[in-house]
Design a binder for this molecule. Sequence first.
Ligand code: SAM
Ligand code: FES
Length: 345
Amino acid sequence: MNIKEIIDRISSTHMAEKKDIIAIIENNSNDEYLFESADNIRKQIYGKDVYIRGLIELSNYCKNNCLYCGIRRDNHKINRYRLTEQDILLCCDTGYELGFRTFVLQGGEDSFFSDSVLCSIISKIKGKYPDCAVTLSLGERTEESYKALFNVGADRYLLRHETATKSHYKKLHPEEMSFDNRIECLKTLKKIGFQTGAGFMVGSPFQTHDNLVEDLLFIKKLEPEMVGIGPFISHNETPFKDFKNGTLRDTLVMVALTRILLPHALIPSTTALGTINPKGRELGLKAGANVVMPNLSPVKFRKLYSLYDNKICMGDEAAECRKCLERRVESAGYKIVTDRGDWRA
Ligand code: SAM
Ligand code: FES
């Protein structure tokens, strides 16, 4: 069977076998056809709409030591910061004015942000902006904690699985971090009722094509409402500083295959994709992504939230990012909508 026939079959069944995925990854001659097929599926469900999420980076303190991440605990070269409740609410005020109806609170695993601190912040945001969704991306917590955050109104939770292969996970994380716990957290989040986001890095150190297949089969089985996929980008102050970045092409292929396997998923065209290529985010949208997440964090803290080197949009005010993205989204043939942008069944 040739590659086009494989793409047609998986586009109509939304199912793929390992050998189909390997064939597509390892042969780039039909990439355009793959991206168009993903784009057609996305248009059937979400049309040309692109949802915007205002990203607020709460804190760069992190108790973890992921080997790839620039805010890992052992990076003593960065200054650490955390936003106050007032800072966060001000970011939401600015974001609301700019048309954001989802706020994403992301940060390192910082024990300062206890359940009571977070519940207070979430309640205030939901009280002031009841028409907005609150998404959290704060790592692994207990079931009790996730429930408390859900009960005060948090709508969604992003927790990338990073890699679905346990032996690969162990190469990206220190001994004390547990693959099984990460997967358990994802299942718990779904059970509680969060719109849940999984996801993975493309081209992370030691990753094989088989690992990427596992990632796709994992998300097909878990059926998360959101899937975040971005290239690995090295950071100079991490043990992975000498590893190569993930490629644009492989990341776009993973975005497209994710759209084909999970037609209803909310898939961001990530900042990391825009970092490895100036047109990366536009190309991500054309390959099946339908979300962008511009930064609402105060500019003075932006450069401290450096997960990887050369991250874009470090110096731009929220309003500039919003306008810049609008132009980019339109140039790719889509339109930004002012909407919560919930998952569509
Ligand atoms: N602490 C939370 C967590 O672990 O889910 C949220 C923050 S964490 C920094 C957000 C995401 O950044 C991770 O899930 C990871 O995929 C991504 N990331 C971290 N370092 C990266 C790197 N060097 N290249 C690309 N993505 C990276
Ligand atoms: Fe931030 Fe373009 S999205 S400047």
